[in-house]
Write a protein that binds this ligand. Structure first.
Ligand code: ZN
Ligand code: ZN
Length: 418
């Protein structure tokens, strides 16, 4: 019997890998442009890293983690988000002793959530993320938002806006939470069962409940922005002015709170409006207390995570066009010439030209079909009358234009044309 992949887990087959590589290259380019260095952390961590880091009361920790006992009886968990592992590595690798801020990114980071697979979010999905440790300056919040904005712009995502909010700090938030709870207690009859639970455990989460009746009930909920302490207020005002100065269009959305407990001050989401409502492509914010909660000394931080499958799903088709076929496909007019053609593709490859030929004895027509299938940019025709005159025929597959090139120095002639 054939064995199938687990539910919500997907292969990336070769035809899609090129698109992934293209996206990864652009992400790496932008990360570097903004001064971020790559970090790679293990797929599994001790469960307590997430119960302490992400928060016991969150949906992730309560319902969605892949948690197992290993053979030594330790509780271990497949990463349900990207940040906690990076914080652990920052502390364990003594990166805090280097010059701060420390700017890190991760790419293709596998993330596991045991939940019903949703569109563009599988049980195993992958994230690109950036984390900046060691500064509380709002200029870094703005910088990270700018990085995300320009990335999504490069991927040609349509109708995407940055939505920002501030959820305050340990000084001003308790007062806000108290006011919010009082408000929510007057709306109990309109709230969904999950939100009724959240009132005591995690009332901020009621604000981003996806259920319409909950959203209607909280239209007049108190706003964090009206209750920020002076420090948080100034921080948010400065963030806005940095975004304005760098031409990043944004909306203020007081309902954005993010799902995780560790956020302080800035939270933001990149949201695409579609026919079926809004989809979040990327989310993040500031988490000034997470590093100290995980055993380090006070180190303010800000970051975001971007789901790669969801990004690919939301990219317009024209931005995904595969143009990565070989530069040259060598077409053999007679089977006797195969060894000669085999030497030719080798020579092309030695000159950095991506070259391919047919190894399976196809007819000339079959070879052209194969070249098309591979997305070859040019076909080099070897044989016939041209060969007896010491020439090859070169056909540009895009324009259909044909020309003869001399066999002497053909690899240089071709290199100059590409
Ligand atoms: Zn505050
Ligand atoms: Zn609800």
């Amino acid at each position: 019997m054939q064995i199938k992949a687990l539910k919500g887990m997907k292969d990336v087959l070769p035809e899609k890998v090129e698109l992934w590589q293209y996206i990864e290259n652009i992400m790496r380019y932008y990360a570097k442009l903004y001064g971020y260095n790559e970090i790679r952390t293990p797929v599994v961590e001790r469960t307590e890293l997430f119960s302490r880091g992400v928060g016991d009361s969150t949906d992730i920790v309560q319902k969605e983690m892949y948690t197992f006992k290993d053979k030594g009886g330790r509780s271990i968990t497949l990463k349900p988000e990207g940040t906690a592992g990076v914080v652990r590595a920052f502390l364990e690798g003594n990166l805090y002793a280097d010059t701060l801020p420390c700017k890190l990114y991760y790419i293709n980071n596998p993330i596991f959530r045991y939940e019903a697979p949703q569109s563009g979010r599988l049980r195993e999905h992958h994230q690109f993320g950036v984390e900046c440790f060691g500064s509380k300056s709002p200029s870094l919040d703005a910088e990270i938002i700018s990085l995300g904005f320009h990335l999504l712009e490069t991927f040609e995502l349509k109708n995407v806006r940055v939505q920002i909010n501030s959820i305050g700090c340990e000084k001003c938030r308790p007062n806000y939470i108290k006011t919010l709870k009082e408000f929510l207690n007057t709306k109990k009859e309109f709230l969904c069962p999950d939100c009724l639970n959240r009132i005591e455990k995690n009332p901020l989460r009621v604000l981003d409940c996806k259920i319409d009746s909950c959203q209607n009930a909280i239209i007049e909920a108190p706003s964090t922005l009206n209750m920020l302490c002076e420090e948080c207020y100034d921080h948010f005002e400065n963030l806005k002015s940095y975004l304005i100065k760098t031409n990043i269009p944004f909306d203020i959305n007081q309902k954005i709170v993010r799902g995780l407990d560790y956020y302080t001050k800035t939270v933001f989401e990149f949201v695409q409006s579609t026919d079926n409502g809004f989809l979040t492509v990327c989310g993040g914010g500031r988490y000034d207390n997470l590093i100290s909660e995980l055993g380090g000394s006070y180190t303010p931080a800000v970051g975001f995570g971007m789901g790669m499958e969801r990004l690919i799903m939301l990219m317009p088709q024209e931005a995904k066009t595969n143009t990565n076929g070989p530069d040259i496909f060598v077409c053999n007019l007679s089977k006797e010439n195969f060894e000669y053609s085999f030497a030719i593709i080798q020579k092309l490859r030695e000159n950095g030209i991506v070259a391919e030929l047919d190894h399976n004895g196809r007819s000339v027509k079959g070879q052209f079909k194969y070249a098309n299938k591979l997305n070859a940019k040019n076909v080099l025709i070897v044989g016939g009358d041209e060969l007896s005159r010491n020439m090859f025929k070169l056909k540009n597959m895009e324009t259909g234009k044909e020309e003869e090139i001399s066999i002497d120095g053909f690899e240089i002639t071709i290199k100059n044309k590409l």
